[in-house]
Design a binder for this molecule. Structure first.
Ligand code: ADP
Ligand code: MG
Length: 498
C-alpha cells in the first residue's frame, strides 16, 4: 500500500475567482512539506480542502492508497488528518479547561454516555501531556492560554488520536522568537515520529530549516516543487513570477537638499554619538545586527525618546522633538516594527486608520467630520498603496500583515512627509507585499527623505541608495550602495572590520 496523503488535480472556484487550478500535492509520513506563496496564492484553499472544510471541490485525494472524499472535517480526522488554523481558537472550547478540551470527544459522549469524574480527567490529561512532553497545565482554562499554548493543545489532542498528517497554517506568524523556535523543534520531533507535516509559511528561513520538500503556489497554480537542498532565490522567483532582482524598484539617486541632519546624538546605552544626514529623493538604509541601536536611533528621530546630548536639524533649523506628536506635526513619520502594537487600531476600518492623525483636516465646525472628504482621502491612499482588498470599510484586523503595513504607509504618505522612518517594516510580511513596500519607499522618496532600518543586509543593499552600518550605538560605516557588498557590510556590522 502506497503511504501518504496524495492529492491530484485539486481545484476550487469561488464566484469571480478560481482559487485553485488543478494542483498536485503529496505529503509523506515522516516528512515536512512546506507550502509557500504570496497572499492569495491559494495556500489556505488547498489546506481547507485537505482538512474537509469544503463540501465540494475538484480533484482526487488518496490517504495511504485509499481514495477518499474529504467533504467534512470529521472525515479528515478519521483519516488521521489534523489542521491547526491561524485562528486556532476555532478548534477549542474557551470556557473549558485544557483537560476537557483534550478529551472533548469523550466528554461529548462519543456514544458511550459514560460520565468521567473531573479528577480522573485531570489526572489522565496530566499523564498524557507529560508522556507527549508538552508543558501545559491540564487545569488551566483555555481562555487564559497564549496562542502558542493553544497550538500545543490542538497538536496534543491530535496526537492522542491517530494523528498521521498534521497541517499547520502559518503557525509562527504571531509567535515570539522563542515560541517559534519551540514550535519548529516540535515539528522536527513529530517528523521523527513518522508524522507528515504540511507546513504553510511565508518565512523562507523556516523552509530552509525544516522542510524536506517545498511546493510553491502562485495564483492558484503549482508553479514549482523542490526537494532539499533548496535555492531560496529560486523559491522567491517562483513565488513572484519574476527574478528576485525585480523585487527592488530601480534606484533614482538624485538627492536634493538636506532635509534632516543629526549631530552627536547620544542616549546610552544604545545610541553612542551618531551623525547623519538625510536628503530629499534618497532612500538610506540603516543596517546592523539586532541590538546595534537602529530602533533606538529611530526613536530619537521620531521624538519617542529624548537624546541626552546632540542636535537634530530639520531643513537647517534645530528642532526639539519632545514627542511623536511634535514629530508628526513637523512631517516626520515612523512606520514601526510592531505594527500590531503601535500605530494601528485593529478593530477600526481601514478608512479611520488612514485618516486618524489628520482628523483636523476633515473637521468642519463644532467637531463635525466631513465624511465625504475622509472617504475620498481613504480611497486615494488605498489606490496609492494598492491595498488588497481595496475596501475602506474592512477592519484592519482582517488584513494580512503586509496589507496592515501598507495602511500605515498609506496614512503617512497622505500626510505629505518630510522624513519617513521605516523600522523593519517587512518583518513577517510575504514577498509580494515586501515588493510593494520597497516600491512605496521609493515613491515616498520623491518628496521626502527616507531612512529604512533593517537587519537584513540584502534588503538594505536592494532598497537603498546609501547604506549606513550601525554597531554598538555608532554608525561605523557609510557607503553608496554600488560600493557596498554583503561581505563588507557584514564585516562592519560584526566588528570584523573596524
Ligand atoms: P492564500 O492562503 O495563499 O493567501 P487563499 O487560498 O486564501 O490564498 O485565497 C486564494 C484566492 O481565493 C484569493 O483570491 C482569495 O481572495 C480567494 N478566496 C479564498 N476564499 C474565498 C471565499 N470563501 N470566497 C471567495 N473568494 C475566496
Ligand atoms: Mg492563507
Amino acid at each position: 500500500m502506497e503511504q501518504g496523503l496524495v492529492a491530484r488535480g485539486l481545484g476550487k472556484r469561488f464566484p469571480g475567482v478560481v482559487a485553485l487550478k488543478g494542483v498536485d500535492f503529496e505529503l509523506l509520513p515522516g516528512r515536512v512539506h512546506a507550502l509557500v506563496g504570496a497572499n492569495g496564492a491559494g495556500k489556505s484553499t488547498l489546506i481547507k480542502i485537505l482538512s474537509g472544510y469544503y463540501p465540494s471541490y475538484q480533484g482526487e485525494v488518496w490517504v495511504d492508497g485509499r481514495p477518499v472524499r474529504l467533504v467534512r472535517p470529521d472525515l479528515a480526522f478519521r483519516h488521521g488528518i489534523e489542521v491547526v488554523h491561524q485562528e486556532v481558537d476555532t478548534a477549542l472550547v474557551p470556557g473549558l479547561s485544557v483537560a476537557e478540551n483534550l478529551f472533548l470527544e469523550r466528554l461529548a459522549g462519543g456514544g458511550t454516555g459514560v460520565w468521567v469524574s473531573p479528577r480522573r480527567l485531570l489526572g489522565e490529561a496530566g499523564a498524557a501531556l507529560e508522556r507527549l512532553g508538552f508543558a501545559l497545565d491540564p487545569a488551566a482554562r483555555v481562555e487564559d492560554l497564549s496562542l502558542h499554548q493553544k497550538q500545543l493543545l490542538v497538536i496534543a489532542r491530535a496526537m492522542l488520536r491517530e494523528l498521521r498528517y498534521l497541517i499547520l497554517d502559518e503557525p509562527t506568524a504571531a509567535l515570539s522568537l522563542t515560541e517559534a523556535e519551540r514550535l519548529l523543534e516540535l515539528v522536527n520531533r513529530l517528523r521523527g515520529q513518522g508524522i507528515g507535516v504540511l507546513y504553510v509559511t511565508h518565512r523562507l528561513a523556516e523552509v530552509e530549516r525544516i522542510a524536506d520538500q517545498v511546493t510553491v503556489l502562485r495564483e492558484g497554480t503549482r508553479v514549482a516543487y523542490w526537494e532539499r537542498p533548496f535555492a531560496l532565490a529560486a523559491i522567491v522567483e517562483a513565488m513572484l513570477g519574476a527574478p528576485p532582482g525585480a523585487i527592488f524598484p530601480p534606484r533614482r539617486p538624485e538627492p536634493g537638499e538636506t532635509i534632516l541632519s543629526a549631530r552627536g546624538l547620544f542616549r546610552p546605552p544604545r545610541v553612542q554619538g551618531v551623525d547623519l544626514t538625510l536628503r530629499r529623493g534618497e532612500v538610506v538604509a540603516l543596517t546592523g545586527l539586532a541590538g546595534a541601536g537602529k530602533t533606538e536611533l529611530l526613536r530619537l528621530l521620531f521624538g519617542a525618546d529624548r537624546p541626552e546630548a546632540g542636535e537634530i536639524r530639520l531643513l537647517g533649523r534645530p528642532v526639539r522633538l519632545a514627542s511623536p506628536t511634535a514629530a508628526v506635526r513637523l512631517g516626520i513619520y515612523l512606520v514601526p516594527e510592531e505594527r500590531r502594537r503601535q500605530g494601528l487600531i485593529l478593530d477600526k476600518p481601514v478608512r479611520e486608520n488612514l485618516s486618524l492623525p489628520f482628523l483636523k483636516r476633515f473637521a468642519r465646525f463644532l467637531g463635525w467630520l466631513d465624511r465625504d472628504a475622509e472617504r475620498g482621502f481613504a480611497k486615494q491612499q488605498i489606490q496609492r498603496v494598492r491595498l488588497s482588498p481595496p475596501d475602506p470599510e474592512r477592519p484592519v484586523r482582517l488584513l494580512s500583515g503586509g496589507n496592515q503595513q501598507k495602511v500605515v504607509v498609506g496614512r503617512w504618505l497622505g500626510g505629505l512627509p518630510r522624513v519617513l522612518l521605516f523600522d523593519e517594516p517587512t518583518q513577517g510580511v510575504d514577498v509580494g507585499a515586501k515588493r510593494e513596500l520597497y516600491r512605496l519607499a521609493r515613491e515616498s522618496a520623491k518628496g521626502a527623505a527616507v531612512l529604512w532600518a533593517t537587519a537584513e543586509i540584502d534588503e538594505a543593499l536592494g532598497v537603498a541608495d546609501r547604506v549606513l552600518v550601525m554597531r554598538d550605538g555608532r554608525v561605523v560605516a557609510a557607503f553608496p550602495t554600488e560600493e557596498a557588498d554583503r561581505q563588507r557590510v557584514l564585516a562592519y556590522a560584526t566588528g570584523a572590520e573596524a
